[in-house]
Design a protein around this ligand. Structure first.
Ligand code: FE2
Ligand code: FE2
Length: 172
């Protein structure tokens, strides 16, 4: 089935949004590393790697449908934050922005009866619930500890446990 032109444009744009997410999160990794918050840096590195995997999924889907992805310039960059809390607030706002994009894509896929795109997007709808959930949880923990250095160190240690595991299909 030929990919609808409008849907193609939006999917192509989503490749950019996912790479942009990785870019933003890597910027946060730099910030955390410079602050000596290695656990947070590791958590955010895993987050960035997941975003690259997301970009990959859209990338592959477009190519499988026989069209070419047109990469675009990445906009940003914020390179500094006042506190880990501010960074995680930005990360949460960004995930909410992405959820909106996924929902728009889903609406369009349904509109043009592209069931294959819908299956791809089903995965992303569920993924965004997880993404908002995990980022939101850290944001909530950070809000709770406030300025406590001990609290921050505890969260940092906790976040350092996260590792990125590539899904089997991406590791081939
Ligand atoms: Fe993503
Ligand atoms: Fe995400």
């Amino acid at each position: 089935m030929k990919l609808n032109e409008k849907l193609y444009k939006k999917l192509n744009e989503q490749v950019k949004h996912e790479l942009e997410s990785a870019y933003i999160y890597y910027s946060m990794v730099s910030y955390f590393s410079a602050e000596g918050l290695d656990g947070m840096a590791q958590w955010m590195t895993a987050q960035a790697q997941e975003e690259i995997m997301h970009a990959h999924k859209f990338f592959n889907f477009i190519h499988e449908r026989g069209v070419k992805v047109e990469l675009q310039n990445l906009e940003i960059l914020k390179t500094n934050w006042k506190s880990p809390l501010e960074a995680f607030k930005d990360a949460l706002a960004h995930e909410e922005f992405i959820t909106g994009k996924i929902n728009d894509l889903m609406k369009l896929a349904i509109e043009v009866n592209d069931y294959a795109a819908k299956v791809l997007l089903d995965w992303f709808v569920a993924e965004q619930v997880e993404e908002e959930g995990s980022v939101g949880k850290v944001e909530q923990m950070l809000r709770r500890v406030g300025d406590s250095a001990n609290g921050l160190m505890m969260i940092d240690r906790e976040l350092g446990k996260r590792v990125f595991t590539p899904p089997p299909s991406e590791g081939e």
